[in-house]
Design a protein around this ligand. Structure first.
Ligand SMILES: [Zn+2]
Length: 154
């Protein structure tokens, strides 16, 4: 399947409706296909992924069928610290900063189940990382210069 525009990350909710992670559209589609998760919220307008033989609506969020006591998908969308710094060219990804990144920020904090994934990690300077603390960017009133993505060659 292909997307004509970059698809936003999909939020994954655990079976108890707690926010667990953010994953790329490929991982989201895979979870739907394997029936380990259901679509929870739809995009408005709908975002439809098309292949020559099928079409699937990409949800805004997914709900796991079974409660995941341990993060389940570290392998599927995993990224290393070095990979994230390279993708983000060692620049802090928070709007209004532009500083040199020396740390990696988890958008959904690790303490709240956020994984080491392409869609949950961004390069950050220490000041922004510290200001955001144990919150999501929305909770902290901070925005990203771009949606984190998985490079096509990885
Ligand atoms: Zn910064």
């Amino acid at each position: 399947m292909t997307m004509t525009v970059p698809a936003p990350a999909v939020e994954v909710f655990n079976a108890d409706y707690s926010l667990l992670d953010r994953v790329g559209w490929q991982a989201a589609v895979s979870m739907l296909m394997r029936e380990v998760a259901y679509a929870l919220e739809a995009h408005d307008p709908p975002q439809v992924l098309r292949s020559p033989t099928a079409a699937i609506e990409l949800p805004k969020s997914l709900l796991l069928v079974r409660y995941a006591p341990v993060p389940y998908r570290r392998e599927a969308d995993h990224a290393s610290r070095a990979e994230i710094l390279t993708r983000d060219a060692n620049r802090c990804q928070f709007v209004g900063c532009g500083g040199s990144a020396t740390t990696i920020d988890h958008l959904l904090p690790r303490s709240r189940g956020g994984g080491n994934t392409w869609h949950n990690l961004v390069a950050s300077c220490e000041a922004c990382n510290g200001a955001k603390a144990n919150r999501t960017p929305a909770e902290a009133g901070m925005r990203l210069v771009r949606e984190p993505f998985r490079p096509g060659h990885l």
